[in-house]
Design a protein around this ligand. Sequence first.
Ligand code: SAH
Ligand code: DHB
Ligand code: MG
Length: 223
Amino acid sequence: MTDQLTWERVDTYFSELLVQSDPVLEMVLERAARAGMPAINVSPNQGKLLHLIARIRGARRILEVGTLAGYSTIWLARALPTGGQLISLEHEPLHAEVARQNIKAAELDDLVEIIEDNALSALDRLVAENTEPFDFIFLDADKENNAAYLERALALSRPGTVIVGDNVVRKGRVVEEGNVDADVLGTRRFIERLAGTAVLDSTAIQTVGSKGWDGFSISVVSE
Ligand code: SAH
Ligand code: DHB
Ligand code: MG
């Protein structure tokens, strides 16, 4: 019973009991599908996990790299206190537009800013502008550039900042010998950079569920 169908049944079992059904989030996914966007958002249980980590951290400022339709953005923004801020980076104009509509529908537009630009350029600008550090950073754009995103994320962090990376396993491809796809190489460089960064304490965890077999990295910047 270790197949995709069982993983999905277990995911549904947990999400039905533990993750409140939510018309706004359902509408977000419907709009994304109607706009022809890929259904690669985090799952409901994963969205709730990100939300809980941000709350446990007491995050007031959140940075997300890779918005898509704003599904994970909404989960994270709902963890913010009044006066908090979330900045999310997205280079596809259609994705950014659908995400802005969705964030408005979720009544989070006071807290959320979508920057429509290449993530590296946007991050370099945030660093150059001496932006106030973030408490929680979610890396979920192209995996090829994740080591570069991590470097900028560190410059936008302070002691205690939590950094989460999505999709570090991809059905085991991360350790597949001879696999030199750009995203796989990018993920390996990212994990090696986590390992080699003295101010970070990190681990990575495999997950199964409605999105198949994948995983997250999680790191904290030393106090
Ligand atoms: N975090 C979202 C899913 C993000 S999917 C969720 O869970 O709901 C990855 C997104 O990153 C896509 O929308 C893609 O357009 C965007 N992206 C990919 N490369 C990028 C880049 N170089 N700069 C900015 N955004 C990028
Ligand atoms: C896929 C899943 C993701 O979470 C992502 O960020 C990019 C791609 C995928 O399943 O293809
Ligand atoms: Mg992802």
